[in-house]
Design a protein around this ligand. Structure first.
Ligand code: GLN
Length: 447
C-alpha cells in the first residue's frame, strides 16, 4: 500500500492530511490519526455530523498541541458515530466504517474510524474518546489495544462534549508500549480543563517491562455470563490461565451492579448530552437551515431537525425527558444514586484485587445493519459503561479469535484498574501481551 488514501477502503478517514516535517521529540515518526470529535486547527472537526459539516476549529485540543510538540505526525481525522453516540460507527453522516477483518461487519464504535486506521496499519496509533466504551469496544472488535485513562488524567479541552462527566480521551495502538509512550506525552494537568487531575502524572514507561509483583486478578461472576458468545468465554478462560502461568492469583469477586450499568448510563449520558448539544442552535455553530423561518424558535427547530441524525435526536429527547421536572427524581436522581453505588462496588472489589478481568464485549463484531433496534446496540456496552460511570481506567487488549461466523474475528480482554492506577494497568496488560501473540495478527487482506 502506498498512501492512506489508497489503503482506506474502509471509510476510516474523513480527512487525510499531507505530512509536514515534524519537530524533534519523543514521538517523532509516530503516525497518529485523530477522532473527528477532537478539535484541530488543521482541517475540519465535524463529529461525524452534518451539523458540523465543514466546521473549522479556531484552536487545537490540548492533546493535539502536546502530540505535535512531541513530534508526532498527525495523519488526519477519523470517522465516528455522530457526536460519539453509538457502538458501531454506522451512525456517521459520512457513511458507515467497515471492519477490516470482515467488511460486512461493523468495527464497533463510536471511535470506529480510529480503530480501523490502526487495525489495518494505515497508521501506528490513533486518539479516540470513550464515554461508555467507545475506545475499548472498537479496539476489541478490531483486534487492537484501546485504553481509556482514569477520568481527569488526560485533558478534555477541545474534545467536543457528549457527556462531560463520562467523556475521556484515550488511545488506540498495536502494542501496550505505544500506549504508554503516548500517555507519557498527553497525560497531565491542563489549566483549560477544570476536571483535569492536578497531581503530576506517573511515569508510564518506568515499569512497563517489569512484571507486576504479587498480582491479584479479580474475576467477577457476572462477567462469565451465558449471554456471552462461547468463543468469548473460552478466550477469557484461557487468558486467566495465561495470567496464572505468569504467577497471578485469581480472586473470585462479585459486581452485582454490572447489569444496571447500561440503564444508568442511558439516563446519565443522554441527560448530559441534551444539555451539551443545546449549543447547536443554527446561530453560533454549524448548520443553519436555508428554509424561511417566521421566528427564532423556528430557526432553531429547523436547523436542528436538518443537522442532527436520528440517534442524536433520540438521545436529546431521552435526555430532555429524564431531566424534565416531573421525571427528574424518578430517573436522573436515581441514576446518580446508582452511580455512587457502582463506585462503592468497585472500591470494595479493588480492596481484594489489583485489576478486574473480563471480556470487553459479549459478542464479536456484528453485521452492518444487524442491530437496528437501539436497545440491542446499547447492550454491547454492558462490560464497559460502568468503567466510565465510576471514572476508573480500563484497557482492551487482543486475547483471541472467533472462527464461528465464517470469518476470523478478534476478541478483546478487558482489564479495569482503580482510579489513577493507569500506569500499573498498562504494566499488567503488557505482561499478557509479552506472553501471547494475538496482537501481532493482522486482518486477512494485509497478511
Ligand atoms: N456506545 C455508547 C453510546 O452509544 C458509548 C459511546 C462512547 O463511549 N462515546 O453512548
Amino acid at each position: 500500500m502506498n498512501t492512506i488514501q489508497e489503503a482506506d477502503t474502509y471509510n476510516a478517514f474523513h480527512e487525510i492530511w499531507v505530512q509536514t516535517e515534524p519537530p524533534d521529540g519523543e514521538l517523532q515518526t509516530l503516525t497518529i490519526a485523530i477522532k473527528d470529535n477532537i478539535a484541530t486547527k488543521r482541517g475540519t472537526t465535524t463529529c461525524g455530523s452534518k451539523m458540523l459539516a465543514g466546521y473549522r476549529s479556531p484552536f487545537n485540543a490540548t492533546v493535539i498541541d502536546r502530540l505535535e510538540d512531541a513530534g508526532a505526525m498527525l495523519v488526519g481525522k477519523t470517522n465516528c458515530d455522530e457526536f460519539a453516540m453509538g457502538s458501531s460507527t454506522e451512525h456517521c453522516a459520512w457513511g458507515p466504517v467497515l471492519n477490516p477483518w470482515d467488511k460486512s461487519r461493523v468495527p464497533g464504535g463510536s471511535s470506529g474510524g480510529s480503530a480501523v486506521a490502526v487495525a489495518s496499519r494505515m497508521c501506528q496509533a490513533a486518539l479516540g474518546s470513550d464515554t461508555g466504551g467507545s475506545i475499548r469496544q472498537p479496539a476489541a472488535l478490531c483486534g487492537i489495544t484501546g485504553f481509556k485513562p482514569t477520568y481527569g488524567n488526560v485533558s478534555r479541552f477541545g474534545l467536543v462534549a457528549f457527556a462531560s462527566s463520562l467523556d475521556q480521551i484515550g488511545t488506540f495502538t498495536v502494542s501496550v508500549i505505544d500506549t504508554a509512550r503516548i500517555m507519557q506525552v498527553i497525560a497531565g494537568y491542563d489549566e483549560h480543563d477544570s476536571t483535569s487531575n492536578p497531581e503530576p502524572p506517573p511515569n508510564y514507561m518506568k515499569n512497563i517491562h517489569s512484571p507486576f509483583e504479587n498480582l491479584r486478578i479479580g474475576v467477577p461472576s457476572q462477567y462469565r455470563s451465558s449471554n456471552n458468545e462461547q468463543s468469548i468465554n473460552d478466550a477469557i478462560t484461557s487468558a486467566i490461565e495465561t495470567y496464572k502461568t505468569l504467577g497471578a492469583t485469581i480472586v473470585d469477586i462479585d459486581l452485582p451492579l454490572t447489569d444496571v450499568g447500561i440503564s444508568t448510563y442511558y439516563v446519565l449520558a443522554p441527560a448530559e448530552a441534551s444539555s451539551n448539544l443545546a449549543r447547536y442552535d443554527g446561530i453560533r455553530y454549524g448548520h443553519r437551515t436555508r428554509e424561511h423561518c417566521n421566528n427564532l424558535f423556528e430557526l432553531y427547530a429547523k436547523s436542528r431537525a436538518e443537522g442532527f441524525g436520528p440517534e442524536v435526536k433520540r438521545r436529546i429527547l431521552l435526555g430532555t425527558y429524564v431531566l424534565s421536572s416531573g421525571y427528574y427524581d424518578a430517573y436522573y436522581n436515581n441514576a446518580l444514586k446508582i452511580r455512587r453505588l457502582i463506585c462503592e462496588e468497585y472500591k470494595r472489589a479493588f480492596s481484594t484485587c489489583d485489576v478486574i478481568l473480563g471480556p470487553t464485549t459479549p459478542t464479536v463484531a456484528f453485521k452492518i445493519g444487524e442491530k437496528s433496534d437501539p436497545v440491542s446496540m446499547y447492550l454491547n456496552d454492558v462490560y464497559t459503561a460502568n468503567t466510565n460511570i465510576a471514572g476508573i481506567c480500563g484497557i482492551s487488549i487482543p486475547c483471541g479469535f472467533s472462527e464461528e461466523h465464517g470469518a476470523k474475528l478478534p476478541i478483546g480482554l478487558h482489564l479495569q484498574a482503580p482510579w489513577h492506577a493507569d500506569a500499573k494497568l498498562l504494566q499488567i496488560a503488557q505482561m499478557f501481551e509479552t506472553a501471547t501473540e494475538f496482537h501481532k495478527e493482522v486482518p486477512g487482506p494485509l497478511q
